[in-house]
Design a protein around this ligand. Structure first.
Ligand SMILES: O=C(O)CC[C@@H](O)C(=O)O
Ligand SMILES: [Zn+2]
Length: 475
C-alpha cells in the first residue's frame, strides 16, 4: 500500500462538484448514522460521507478518491453483522453510500430476471418480483432495510438457503466500479457463459474490497403461494439433523426452511411478547416451511412428514399454522431473536457452520467449555440447521458489566471458533468477515489460501484503497 498521502483540502469540494453539495456530508451529526452499524457494535469517524446517485457518479467519486490516495468504505443499508461497512476511527476514509441508487432498471418475467441498482432495498426486489408473479427468494430479518448491493457484497444467506442457495446463486451479472474508477459492465443475464474466469462470482462476497457493485442482474424463481409452516419441539440437536433427510424424503425440493431455535432463544422472544404455540418443555425447537405453486399439496406433505417424525421420535410436539396470521406468529419466534438478544446487553456473535452430522457434537462441546470459561454466560443459539449454520451468540452473565464481558470477546470467540474448525467447519457461514473476523479467518486458513486471496486483492486494488482491513487484515 502507498504511504499515507495528506488528503488534499480540495477533495470534498471536488466530490461536491460530482454529486452536489447536499450529498457530501461532513458535519458530525450528519455523518453519525453512517459512522456506526445498526447495533452500535462498530463505530468509526469518516472523513466524509458521499452519496452518489448514479454509476457514473460512483465512478467519478472513486476516481477522485483514488487520485487523492483516500480509502473508500462502501455502504448499503448498514445492517451487517461484522463491521464490514463501518469506516476506521482515524478520519481518513470516505464512506460511499449507495442509498440513493434505488432504481429497478428492468423486470423480465419471461427470462425470469430483474436488473437493479445496488441501493434497492431487498423487500422492494421481492415485491417487484411478486408483481409479475415471480419470487425473489432471498429472505432475512433485515429485508426491510438491507440493500441488494449489501446482499451481494456479503453473499447474504437467510432462511431459504436450503432450497435456493445463498446470494451468489441468485446473481447472473454485475456492474462494478473498480478501485481506479473504471466501470466493468458485466450486466449479462445469460444462464450459460463459459468464457473464462467467473468475475461476477469474484466480486460476490468480497465485501467491497475489490470494487463497488453498482448494479446487478438477479435471477427470479416461480412464485410459491402455497405454504405450509410448522413449529416443532425437538428432543436434541441430533434429532434436528436427522429430521433433514426425513423432511426431504417427504417434500423433496418443496422444503424451503428448516430452522433451529434453542430453549433460551425461545424464552427470550416469548418474554418480549411473542406467543409460544406449544408450551412444551423441550430443549430445542424448529421452524419448518414447505412451499410450492398454487394448488401444491404442501399441507399434506407436511402432515405426513411430521407424522413420520413423531413416530421416529425426532419430534415431540408440533403446531401447524392454520392462517397467514398464525404463520407470521411462528416466523416471529425465529426472526425476532437477533433483535431481542440486544436487550441482554452487548452480544458476542458467532456465525459458524459445520457438516450437519457434526452439529450435535459442536453444541455438546461448546456449552460446557464456555460455562467453564465464564460461569453464568448465556448462549442464545439458533440458526439454519438445514445449512449446518448456527448463530452461537453469547450474552453476558447477569452479574457481569457489559464492558467486562466485551473485554473477554477474543478469548470466548476463540473457544467457539477453535471447536468449529476442529469439526471441519467455517467461522463465518453467512455474515462475512468485515473487520471483526478478518484476522481470525486468515489465521484459520492455510498459507496457500491466504496468499491466493492476497494476490487477488493486490491485482485488483494495488493501492489498498477499497474497504481496507475488511476480509483480509491490514499488514
Ligand atoms: O444476529 C445474528 O447473529 C443472526 C442474524 C441472522 O443471520 C439470522 O439468522 O437471524
Ligand atoms: Zn442467519
Amino acid at each position: 500500500m502507498d504511504p499515507v498521502t495528506p488528503v488534499p483540502s480540495s477533495l470534498t469540494t471536488d466530490l461536491a462538484a460530482v454529486v452536489g453539495a447536499d450529498h457530501v456530508l461532513t458535519d458530525a451529526a450528519d455523518v453519525a448514522p453512517y459512522a456506526t452499524d445498526w447495533r452500535g457494535a462498530y463505530a468509526g469517524t469518516p472523513l466524509a460521507v458521499v452519496r452518489p446517485g448514479s454509476t457514473d457518479e460512483v465512478s467519478a467519486v472513486v476516481r477522485l478518491a483514488h487520485e487523492a490516495g483516500v480509502a473508500i468504505v462502501p455502504q448499503g443499508g448498514n445492517t451487517g453483522m461484522c463491521g464490514g461497512a463501518t469506516p476506521s476511527g482515524d478520519g481518513s476514509q470516505v464512506v460511499l453510500s449507495l442509498g440513493r441508487m434505488r432504481k429497478i432498471r428492468d423486470v423480465d418475467p419471461v427470462s425470469s430476471t430483474m436488473t437493479v441498482d445496488a441501493g434497492v432495498v431487498l423487500a422492494e426486489v421481492q415485491q417487484a418480483a411478486a408483481s409479475v408473479d415471480r419470487l425473489f427468494p432471498l429472505s432475512l430479518a433485515a429485508e426491510g432495510s438491507c440493500t441488494v448491493g449489501g446482499n451481494i457484497a456479503t453473499n447474504a444467506g437467510g432462511t431459504a438457503v436450503l432450497r435456493y442457495g445463498m446470494m451468489r446463486s441468485l446473481v447472473l451479472g454485475l456492474e462494478v466500479v473498480l478501485p481506479d474508477g473504471r466501470v466493468w459492465d458485466g450486466l449479462r443475464s445469460l444462464r450459460k457463459d463459459n468464457t473464462g474466469y467467473d468475475l461476477t462470482q469474484l466480486f460476490i462476497g468480497a465485501e467491497g474490497t475489490l470494487g463497488i457493485v453498482t448494479g446487478a442482474v438477479l435471477t427470479l424463481h416461480p412464485a410459491t403461494p402455497a405454504r405450509a409452516t410448522s413449529w416443532v419441539a425437538l428432543p436434541s440437536v441430533a434429532a434436528a439433523a436427522s429430521l433433514l433427510p426425513l423432511l426431504r424424503d417427504h417434500a423433496a425440493e418443496r422444503l424451503t426452511t428448516w430452522e433451529l431455535v434453542s430453549r433460551p432463544a425461545l424464552d427470550l422472544v416469548v418474554s418480549q411478547g411473542v406467543p409460544d404455540p406449544l408450551a412444551c418443555d423441550a430443549p430445542w425447537f424448529g421452524l419448518i416451511e414447505l412451499a410450492g405453486p398454487a394448488g401444491a399439496t404442501v399441507g399434506d406433505d407436511l402432515e405426513s412428514a411430521l407424522g413420520a417424525a413423531v413416530e421416529a421420535g425426532l419430534v415431540l410436539d408440533a403446531a401447524i399454522a392454520g392462517s397467514p396470521a398464525q404463520r407470521d406468529g411462528l416466523w416471529a419466534l425465529r426472526e425476532r431473536i437477533s433483535e431481542a438478544q440486544e436487550s441482554l446487553g452487548p452480544t458476542i456473535k458467532h456465525d459458524v457452520s459445520v457438516p450437519i452430522t457434526s452439529l450435535d457434537d459442536l453444541v455438546s462441546r461448546l456449552a460446557p467449555a464456555l460455562e467453564q470459561a465464564l460461569p453464568g454466560i448465556r448462549p442464545i443459539v439458533y440458526g439454519h440447521v438445514g445449512d449446518g449454520n448456527l448463530h452461537y451468540n453469547l450474552s453476558r452473565p447477569e452479574s457481569l458489566e457489559p464492558d467486562a464481558f466485551w473485554a473477554r470477546a477474543a478469548e470466548l470467540s476463540a473457544i467457539v471458533h477453535d471447536c468449529t474448525v476442529e469439526l471441519d467447519g467455517s467461522i463465518s457461514a453467512e455474515h462475512g468477515l468485515g473487520s471483526s473476523k478478518a484476522a481470525a479467518a486468515s489465521a484459520y486458513k492455510s498459507e496457500v489460501e491466504v496468499s491466493l486471496m492476497r494476490s487477488v486483492k493486490d491485482a485488483l486494488d494495488p493501492r489498498g484503497l477499497m474497504n481496507p482491513g475488511k476480509v483480509l487484515p491490514l499488514g
